[in-house]
Structure formats: structure tokens, C-alpha cells
Design a protein around this ligand. Structure first.
Ligand SMILES: Cc1cc2nc3c(=O)[nH]c(=O)nc-3n(C[C@H](O)[C@H](O)[C@H](O)COP(=O)(O)OP(=O)(O)OC[C@H]3O[C@@H](n4cnc5c(N)ncnc54)[C@H](O)[C@@H]3O)c2cc1C
Length: 460
């Protein structure tokens, strides 16, 4: 058995773990990442084959935090940020039997068939609607109360399918969409809050870097894996152990001892003052065996939405015009897909000239059973769905299916107890930090933000 010493051990080499290691190393810390699988990146991976470059996990992100914008600045010249093609800014919502563009201005909002006339008039009274009294109100309840049912069905429900693969009736606004919650809580409503924030942003912009938070849709030239490869190279492969098995941590002498079996079958112990886990709640009991069972239950029982991610490529595109970011589907419309993104319309070099790459996602909390279908059944289902929604009969030239049982942590009614349990564990074991997407947000921008905040904390 070998025994080593490091400043900080990180469990998991996904975006969170790699970003954290990058900023720690930049500050001169001696860092070790332990990763179970045989590659870095976690759920992020891009593949180039037969003229297509597709993502097997997330397809796009939003430049929604300053930390993410700064990461791209820090990696400038090594990894090339690609923002979405401006011609493809439209977002479609499926209603009944067709895509409708989500309104982008007042006129289109008045004309859109997505929302009822009643709700369109009702929105005029939104600034004067009284605040809700339930802090654990779901997103669905809040939206129906302030805007109306058609806004839930044809804006918020598809949006939550796209981001959380979740159910708006179980997702709690203040946990999942804290900014939306604050619009009502701090400013009295969505419209008042948006106006106040807009003014605030203009004032702040002259003094800070917030203009970098453009909220543009982004990827990276060559696919998101290029970001992962760049971070991996910066952290340096010798500081990352791949293929680690049976990893567990125990407190030892004011620090921690992390034990794992390396890829050659050797048991290794590493002593460090700090340990950061970036893995899902379901994987934590094995890694942190010393944590009180009751507290651990709040983490291990975190609900995750399962997602099927399907890349579908055509050498020659014959379906509808791909002039949008993609389309999302309301659960009201009973389709089998949650949404279809159009990566070849948004980013360059994702499909052969004249062809198209689609990214279809299915499953989610409402249709979890779809994950049990075989590849053949899913292929047939996707082709049937694309025939209706994308108006294409053509047989795809490429179809690649990836299933994630624990894709997206749900910020539901259990979240409060989960956050309290994390706080209690970190208080009981100073130096242990529980990071990852079951707190501080699920998007890539949130992951980078969390990692940078933790790095700053550890670099102090
Ligand atoms: C299908 C899908 C689509 C998504 N779409 C989007 C999107 O469009 N936009 C967006 O912003 N976000 C999206 N997300 C979310 C986003 O991709 C993730 O939040 C983010 O990439 C998670 O990074 P992470 O490092 O926290 O976790 P992960 O990527 O899960 O990394 C954790 C790592 O820990 C490793 N690990 C697990 N257990 C152990 C162990 N015991 N020992 C050692 N290592 C271990 C895993 O192998 C993994 O590499 C999507 C996620 C999925 C799954």
C-alpha cells in the first residue's frame, strides 16, 4: 500500500471538479483528483464521427454567471468559446400539432397563439397582484397565480422540461429559480422586478464586469469536450487518477485520509487537509462512510431526473427550416420527446454541408419509464416523433443514444433538508466540502461558479 500527501483531494473529474482543480492549481496548491471512470468530463463529452460532432450529455450552456465568462477569459487562446448563431435565436414551443415561436417582443406576445387571450389581458394586472404567502410554493403554483395557466403550459412547463427534465408542480421556486422568486419577494412581481433589475444592471455595468454575463447560448469550438480537454491539460494528467475504485474517505489527524484502488489494482492512501466531493448524492454513502446515517439520507435520497440524450444526424436535411435554437414540448401535448435542439443551426461544423444534427431529449421525471426501452425501440420512437415534429421521413444517417439515470438533481421540497444536512456535515468536519449539482444550481454556469467560489475559499 502506498501513502501520499496532498493539500486538497477532489472526488470527481466532471466540470465542477476540473474547474476547482484548475483554480486551486493556479494558486499553487498541490491537488489530486480521483475519478471513477476512465476519462475526465463526467456527463460532458463530445464525439466527432462521420462528419458530425455531437454531444453525448449537455448540448449547450448559457453564459449566465461571471465566473463562467471569466473561465473562458482565463483559458483564452487554449479553448474557443462559440456563442449561438444569431440567425438561430428563435425558440419554438410545440402546441397541438405545430411549433410556435416563443414571443420575443410586445407585438409577438400579443399575437402569439401560445397563450390565451384571457391570460394576455390578465398579465396587465400582474404588477398589482398580491405576493404569495407560501415559501415552498412550486413553480407551477406561482406562475398560475401571477400569470395564468396558459403561461405555465406553454412557457414554463416546456422550459422546466428543457432545464430540469422536471415537473413544475414539484420544483420549488425559491430553490430552483431563486432569481424569479426574488422578483416577487423583493420587488412585488415579475414585471416590477424585471424593470428594477434592468435599471440596476445598467447602473452596475459601468462599474463591473457584469456585461460579460450576456446570457448567450454557448458551446466550444469542436464541442464541449474541448473545454474539458483544456481544463484537464491545465490541471495536468499527473494530478488526476482515472479508473479509481472503492474510494472512501475518513477523518484523520485534523485532516482526511482518502483510500482508493488505482487502475493497476493497488490500494493507495492519500492524506490531505481538505477534501471536496463533486459527485451525486446517491454516490456519497460509499465515499463518506463516517457521516451520520440520518444526515446522509438527506443527500442520498436526492431526486434526480433521468434523461435520454439522442444525437440524430442527417447527411441531407429535408425537414422543417432549422432557423431556431430548437423546440421544447409542453407535457400537456403528450408527445414522447421533451425537446429537440438544432445544434447544426446554432454552432458551426456540427454536420456535413447540407445536412443537420439534432439533439433530442426524452424521459425526465414524467416519463422515466422510457429509459427502459431498448435502443431499437427508442430509435423507432424518435423517428416517429421527428416525422411529426420535424416533418422528416428520412432515415437518420447517425443515431447515438445515451441514458442518464441521475441526470439532473431536482430542487424539490426535499432541498431545504438537503442543504441543511450539507451545512451540518461541513460544520462537523471542517475541511470537508460537499460540492456538485445537488446544491447551487444544475447548469454548467452554476457548476463553474460553485467551483470558483470554493477555490477562492480554499485559496484564502
Ligand atoms: C443529459 C444531460 C443534459 C444536460 N444538459 C445541460 C444543458 O443543456 N445545459 C447546462 O448548462 N447543463 C446541462 N446539464 C447539466 C450539466 O451538464 C451538469 O450539471 C454538469 O456538467 C455536472 O458537472 P459535475 O462535475 O458537477 O458532475 P458530473 O459531470 O456528474 O461529474 C462527476 C464525476 O464524478 C465521478 N464520480 C462519481 N462517483 C465517483 C466516485 N465514487 N469516485 C470517484 N469519482 C466519482 C463521475 O464519474 C463523474 O466524472 C445536463 C446534464 C445531463 C446529464
Amino acid at each position: 500500500m502506498k501513502k501520499n500527501e496532498k493539500d486538497i483531494v477532489i472526488i470527481g473529474a466532471g466540470l465542477t471538479g476540473l474547474t476547482l482543480a484548475y483554480y486551486l492549481k493556479k494558486a499553487g496548491k498541490d491537488v489530486l483528483i480521483l475519478e471513477k471512470s476512465n476519462r475526465t468530463g463526467g456527463v460532458i463529452n463530445s464525439v466527432t464521427e462521420s462528419g458530425f460532432t455531437y454531444e453525448t450529455g449537455p448540448s449547450t450552456g448559457v453564459l449566465g454567471t461571471l465566473e463562467l465568462a471569466e473561465l473562458f477569459d482565463d483559458l483564452q487562446g487554449k479553448c474557443h468559446l462559440e456563442t449561438a448563431n444569431k440567425q438561430a435565436h428563435k425558440r419554438y414551443i410545440w402546441k397541438k400539432d405545430r411549433w410556435e415561436a416563443l414571443p420575443s417582443g410586445l407585438l409577438s406576445a400579443i399575437k402569439t397563439p401560445l397563450f390565451t387571450l384571457y391570460d394576455k389581458f390578465r398579465i396587465l394586472g400582474e404588477p398589482w397582484r398580491k405576493k404569495g404567502g407560501n415559501p415552498d410554493e412550486s413553480v407551477a403554483e406561482m406562475v398560475v397565480r401571477r400569470l395564468g395557466k396558459s403561461f405555465l403550459d406553454y412557457a414554463v412547463d416546456p422550459f422546466l422540461s428543457g432545464v430540469y427534465a422536471g415537473d413544475p408542480y414539484t420544483i420549488i421556486t425559491r430553490h430552483a429559480l431563486p432569481k424569479l422568486y426574488a422578483l416577487e419577494f423583493e420587488h412585488g412581481g415579475f414585471i416590477r422586478g424585471t424593470i428594477a433589475k434592468h435599471k440596476g444592471v445598467k447602473l452596475n455595468q459601468s462599474h463591473s464586469n457584469t456585461h460579460k454575463v450576456t446570457r448567450e447560448v454557448f458551446s466550444v469550438q469542436g464541442g464541449l469536450k474541448s473545454l474539458i480537454d483544456t481544463l484537464t491539460a491545465e490541471v495536468k494528467p499527473e494530478n488526476i487518477r482515472l479508473g479509481c475504485k472503492q474510494t472512501f474517505i475518513n477523518p484523520e489527524n485534523n485532516g482526511f485520509c482518502t483510500t482508493y484502488i488505482d487502475s493497476s489494482g493497488l490500494q493507495i492512501k492519500t492524506i490531505s487537509a481538505k477534501v471536496v466531493t463533486t459527485i451525486g448524492g446517491y454516490a456519497l454513502p460509499e465515499v463518506l462512510p463516517f457521516v451520520d446515517n440520518q444526515l446522509m439520507l438527506h443527500l442520498s435520497q436526492t431526486n434526480y431526473a433521468p434523461v435520454i440524450q439522442i444525437a440524430v444526424g442527417y447527411n441531407k436535411w429535408t425537414g422543417i427550416k432549422l432557423d431556431a435554437f430548437g423546440g421544447l414540448v409542453s407535457s400537456k401535448d403528450n408527445r414522447k420527446v421533451l425537446g429537440v435542439l438544432f445544434p447544426s443551426a446554432i454552432f458551426s461544423q456540427r454536420a456535413p454541408q447540407g445536412g443537420a444534427l439534432l439533439s433530442v431529449f426524452m424521459g425526465g421525471v414524467k416519463r422515466a419509464k422510457l429509459l427502459q426501452l431498448s435502443d431499437e425501440e427508442l430509435t423507432q420512437l424518435v423517428c416517429e416523433e421527428l416525422k411529426i415534429t420535424m416533418k422528416t421521413d428520412a432515415k437518420p444517417d447517425l443515431i447515438r443514444i445515451h441514458r442518464y439515470q441521475h441526470a439532473i438533481a431536482q430542487y424539490d421540497i426535499k432541498s431545504e433538508n438537503r442543504f441543511a444536512a450539507i451545512e451540518a456535515i461541513e460544520r462537523d468536519y471542517p475541511g470537508l466540502i460537499l460540492a456538485g449539482s445537488f446544491r447551487d444550481g444544475i447548469g454548467m454556469a452554476d457548476r463553474v461558479k460553485q467551483a470558483k467560489i470554493i477555490a477562492n475559499q480554499l485559496n484564502r
